[in-house]
Each structure stands twice: as structure tokens, then as C-alpha cells.
Design a protein around this ligand. Sequence first.
Ligand code: SAM
Ligand code: SF4
Length: 336
Amino acid sequence: MEKERLVDSYGRQIDYLRISLTDLCNFRCIYCTPAETLPLVPPAQYLTRQEILRFVRIAGGLGIYRVRLTGGEPLLRKDILEIVKALKDVETVRDLSITTNGSRLKPFLKPLKKAGLDRLNISLDSMEVSRFEEVTRVKAYQEVMDSVLAALQLGFPVKLNMVVLKGLREDEIIRYVNLAKNHPLDVRFLEFMPLCGTGWRPDLVLPISEVRSIVHEKFNLIPLPRGKNVAEEYQIGDGMGKVGFIASLTESFCNECSRIRLSSDGLIQPCLFSDKQVSVKDLLRSGATDGAIEEAIRYAASIKPKGNYFLDEPFTGHEKDLEKYAKTPLIRSIGG
Ligand code: SAM
Ligand code: SF4
């Protein structure tokens, strides 16, 4: 008998799971993590491949068919290829993707393709080497760019994520969109969010509307149906690719949210901005039945909040409000 699908208390169907495979990262992006090393989850606490697989199978029975692997940097996980292969063998996983900083991606591309990975999100925060190094605090621009081009050559659908920060210049925005005009990829501009460990700076938030108006002015954009997509997306007229805008703070999309997250140490987090979490690690490690794990997943969905604190009061960016936003509680980031 088919199980009842996973629906939260606000009637939103949950069909998308983001799994953080590790908290480790070889970058130190200024919006994500402090320059000094963070107290990290000890690797022994990370869910094993078998535990992740079991969780995904059970979640799949509840209608979760899209899975994204993230981190930290997921390619630092030594068994990443085995994880991808095993997840692709789960019948319910119809769409499997990875979000990566791209620095170590190139040699993994062919094996990932062979393992069945469906798509890639690659983060590239600047197309200017010096700015890239300022934001990520590492020298890896060329490796990331090479990975992006090699991924396209291998036929991977690629989304290129860029977190927009105050100071972003118009010519750089245009460079990004031109990249999507000349290649079959999807460039996505993301608003900076107040996640834990970021050194959150509300004064650095650049409202997406400012980026969007520049792009609209310079390019012919054809709107694409939004559906449940968190990004507002456009096909670039006369171009090969697309451009998207993700405005978590100024134009909340919580009403359409269909995702839950699983942390590297086995906490289900129903909302990126909420500190409500449900642990499944002990259940997975203590011989709990599938039914008990299913119940934990359903409970996590039931406590998914209606939205983040920007749903009712969108971020204004006004100088007078900056002090208020500086007090925004920070949440442990599970995969951005
Ligand atoms: N290390 C991988 C990467 O950078 O792609 C995967 C993990 S990272 C946390 C996932 C995504 O979240 C990246 O695209 C990153 O740019 C984004 N991200 C991280 N911190 C963010 C923040 N404070 N605001 C907005 N996006 C953020
Ligand atoms: Fe690492 Fe990704 Fe965070 Fe940058 S955004 S520090 S690459 S986890």
C-alpha cells in the first residue's frame, strides 16, 4: 500500500531533501565561515553511507524524490562516489545533484557522470580573480572555472551560484549573464543570508532587485514559469542559458518551500532559518525500525515553520533597520 505523502502543517508537500555530507571545507568564504577554523562536528559523528542510504530510502517512501548533496564541501567526503552510486540505485531518487565549490571537481566529473549524478550546482562568487580570492580566501579561481567548463562539456546541467554582496559592480553582473548567454548554464544570483558562522553583516546585503534591474536593462529576458522553483528564472533572449534570482530576505519564497535538510551528524532540519531539529542519528544507530524513522521524518515536517522571519517583514536594507537586522539570530547552516 502506498504511504501517505509527506506534507507539513501548512499543506506544503515535501519532496526535496538536502543532505550535508560533511562540515569540512577547503574554502573560507567570507559570507559562510570565519577565517579561523570552526569547532567542527567530529567525523565519527557523521552519518555513514549506509545510514544516509537508509534514511533516503525511508524518505523516498514518503515522496521525497529529489536529493541534493552538499556540505561543507561534499567532494571532501572520501566515499562521495560510492554515495552517489548507492543513491542512484534507490528507486525513489529521480533527481540527484551536488552543490560544490568546484575547486576539486574536475577529476571527479567523469566518475560522477558514470555513477549517474544528474546535475551540478557550482558556486562561483566572482569572475575576477582578486575578488574571488577576497571572498573565498583561497586561490582556486582557475580550478573552479575549468571545472565549470569541463562539466558543461560532459553534458551536465550546471547552475552557477553567486552570492551577491554590496560592492558588486555592474560590469561583473553583466559578465556573469554573458557567460550564461554564451554557454548552456544557469547563472543564479543569491541574496546573502544570516547563517551561523558567517560574520553576518546586514550592511553587506545587496537586495536582489538591484541586480535584477541591471540585468533587465542590459539583456532581453524571457520569463520562465516559476512553479515551485525558489529562483525567479529567465531564458536569456538570443542566448544559450538562463539567469535566476533568489531573494531569501527581500522576496521570501517560503510559501512554496518543499524541502527539508539532513545535517552531517543526523539532524533533520525542517527549515534553514529555524533552530528546530529532530535527531535521527541515535535512531539509525540503535536498531530503530523503519517505522520509527518515518515517524521522526513526519514529525520534522510537522514542525516546519510557516516561514523565516523575513516572510512577514521583508528585509528593507534601510539604514535605520540595520541595527535591528544585526540582532537576527544566526542559524547553523546545513548546506546553504
Ligand atoms: N561548499 C559547497 C559550495 O560552496 O557550493 C556547498 C555548501 S555551500 C554552504 C552551499 C551554497 O550556499 C553555496 O552556493 C554558497 O554560496 C551558499 N551560501 C553559503 N552561505 C551563505 C549565506 N550566508 N548566504 C547565502 N548563501 C550562502
Ligand atoms: Fe565552503 Fe561552500 Fe561555505 Fe564557501 S560556501 S566556505 S565553499 S561550504
